[in-house]
Design a protein around this ligand. Sequence first.
Ligand SMILES: Nc1ncnc2c1ncn2[C@@H]1O[C@H](COP(=O)(O)OP(=O)(O)OP(=O)(O)O)[C@@H](O)[C@H]1O
Length: 945
Amino acid sequence: MASDSDSDSGSYVSATPPRPSQPPSPKPPPLNTSVRISSRPKPKPRPKPESTKKSTRNVPHHSEQTKRSKEKLHNPKAQNGTDLNPIPDSESEAQSKPKSDPGCEGLFLSDPDNISIRISKPESSNSSSNFSSSFARLVKLRRPSFDPDLEFKADTTVPVEAEVSTQNQVNSKQIKRFHPNLIQVEAPISKPFDQSKRPKLRDEGNFVRLNINGYGRSRKPCFRNGKSKYSASRGFRRKKWSGKKSNNGDQEDDLLGLDGIVEQKGQSKLAKEVEEAVEAVREDLSEENLRNLLKLSHGFDLFREGQLEAIKNVIMGESTMLVLPTGGGKSLCYQLPALILPGVTLVVSPLLALMVDQLKKLPAVLPGALLSSNQTNEESLETLERLRSGEIKVLFVSPERFLNSEFLSAFDDDLATSLVVIDEAHCISEWSHNFRPSYLRLRASLLRNKLNVKCILAMTATATSETLENIMKSLEISPNNLIQASLIRENLQLSVSFSDNRLKNLLVLLKTSPFGDMKSIIVYCKFQAETDMISKLLCDNYIKAKSYHSGLPAKERSHVQELFCANRIRVVVATVAFGMGLDKSDVQGVIHYSLPESLEEYIQETGRAGRDGRLSHCHLFVDTTTYYKIRSLSYSDGVEEYAISKLLGQIFSNEIKLTGEIHSLIKEATARKLDIKEEALFTVLTMLEIGDEQYLQLLPQLNATCLLSFHKTSPDLLADKDMLIGSILNLSEKKGGFYVFDIPTVANTLCIEASEVLDQLKNLKLSDEITYELKDQAYCFKLVKRPDDLFALSARLTKWLSQVEVCKVQKLDIMYKVANFALRECKQDSGCSGSLHTSCIQKHITEYFLNKQMTIGDDCMIAGKQHSPFLHADLKSFLKSNSSVKLTPRALARIMHGIASPAFPSSTWSRNYFWGRYVEIDFQVVMEAAKIELMNFIKKGTEEN
Ligand SMILES: Nc1ncnc2c1ncn2[C@@H]1O[C@H](COP(=O)(O)OP(=O)(O)OP(=O)(O)O)[C@@H](O)[C@H]1O
């Protein structure tokens, strides 16, 4: 279902391998740490915008039940991009009837004012001399008799970065590239502002300041040997204010130009003052000195809750776990130490967009850069060189970068790393809501061994005590160094309503108070197609809206974000992909059109409202259909033991030697063959590297297959001069005019790294000898050890993966339970009234995150149904008509639930009559029934034969 739901951040596998020492229980023992929780000051009331419509009605809840719209507004097929097929008639009928639950009565949204709603048909969203340098050295080293330098010459290389080599590598000579660290001056700003009234280096709050960190500045090193040397020429690279409109006629760009006038004199004076303030802090780590530095570097007067403590801890070299709410000011907690500490600060971030945002937000006195997989090797090497020279103080990297040997070797010599920051640290824990396998490798041992770093700062906005315990154990953070502020901001008003017609109810909500008066709202949906359809509907109803999801081109996404930040659109209808790194302080409302997958997600997304501390509103629509659909999708990452065994058999096959050779697993083909999602494959590989015992060493991913053709010199003549070509000719197959070969195999034959083969190919291409195309993205590894008992290992991995799956389902169930409690059980006696349930929701969130016994009974739960009279008959019928298809119980249950998988894509299988018919029956129940029917089917088949 990856195509339905958004994959930017939300859908990183939930499946992961086992940490034997960690009980998988979703309710672990309470964390024995000193947790500091404090509450925040009460919110300031938000002044009413003049332009907005006044309404005296207290929406969105009315005692009368919504009349069912005659039109079918809610089309599940259109909504999620795939079928959400009807369940068998009897069940479907039962579902579609409005519940006669007294607790829900009165919570339906109605349209008493008869607000006209325009609904158009939803559109489905288909939406040379040195070319041989390293290679020659290697070859000479390994084959002293052969000197490629003398044999032939080629042009200067721009080697392909091995971390992620893309298909159809482009000739860097032909295409003008911008260095990814070069941040273009293009963000619009909403309204004119008085530049002189604002401290020069202050963060803009709403608008990302354009800080060309390290670029456009003097190339003089600014930090060397722990001493900061601010150069007068180091300033912002900005447009000069000309008073004229920019080319695109956008006034805001010109305002940006105004912002860009930085007087060199002022900069130099400020740099000197900052330098003095830094020295003062180094001498005496007092609050006064830190506050003075804060004012000079960031323009802020006071530290926020948790910041001072975290900053002091880090400067003193104490690894720290910091939990601050979204918008709580976590970035400052590494920015200030980075100014003070002598060495480099490395920030690990899960998304490129987030890295770019964070880089932009560094204060001008703090030079930074980022490394990303879409940089060329030359660009990455240049950045690493600047890092070594002391020109860069803060470097942003992805967790995948830790697989790259060139990156790690940059830290081999005397490059001092003072601090490693793990942003979104919950991604480390498999029990978190957003686990990422590449984060699993980030352990204290790796960071200490490879980077020689002593201090680690882990930061997150949402983590349960179990997740925190997990992170702190991995990063070896003392329980005394947990700094945690309150999770939910006091200025958020939380409301819930049941809805069986969310489209209509959403329109009513957006047109009536308090949402009707707001100029900036985010509507969160589960599926990409939903966002496009809803934003169109809103526009049809005169509400300025745009959709945002990871399926949109990056340029369009950043345009939507810019428009929203500039208050030029009122509503962004988005998937989970929207919000990370968004620093818009005046978002007044967040509406959950779909149930969030966990309380963590709920907190993170509601936390995007009211970052300015003003009263803000968050509304949650609850509907059972969406709950069942999301619950069903939670099972999409699961893996069968049979598939894990086959995978291990392939990895540890006898053909694979323990001699340090490079091996590859082609992602797509392996995923399809074993019916395992690519992320789950990577999770298993990661666990084989960092689990109880190290069985393999992961290498950077690459495109393993090369299709090569010769142009100038004949293949045989070139092979005489070039041993690489000689090997390629020996190891390739001729197909359609191409020499097709496997890069790791060629690298193994020549005893070199795969990245060196790619570099060499690139050089030959530059000298017009060859052209080539790369394909088949693959995970690469070297075998370290063979497991003694493959069966036991696959059983352990499978068990652990299923525990992670269960944990994910439980998180959704808890979210649903909390919402349902508000709708059905809340006595409305502690501040809750009508649809407003701030008090009871906050109480349950606190219980959940502190791992206290939750004060909600199971009555509030409508878990998947446990029985259907037609299930077995339908399974039999499906098996009969698909007797030639190889099926496992899980694959069969997925089809019945309408969950796509690599071997059973929805493009083929959604046309099947049974696809998604049992989405409301608990997945485990369907899987058990599938097991029985498969056994019966096989038995019957053998009897007949
Ligand atoms: N002490 C402070 N005083 C005033 N503003 C501050 C302070 N610290 C941070 N801010 C501002 O608060 C905003 C949010 O900060 P930041 O982006 O670091 O939050 P965050 O905790 O990383 O949020 P998220 O979890 O959403 O990424 C920024 O505009 C920042 O400039």
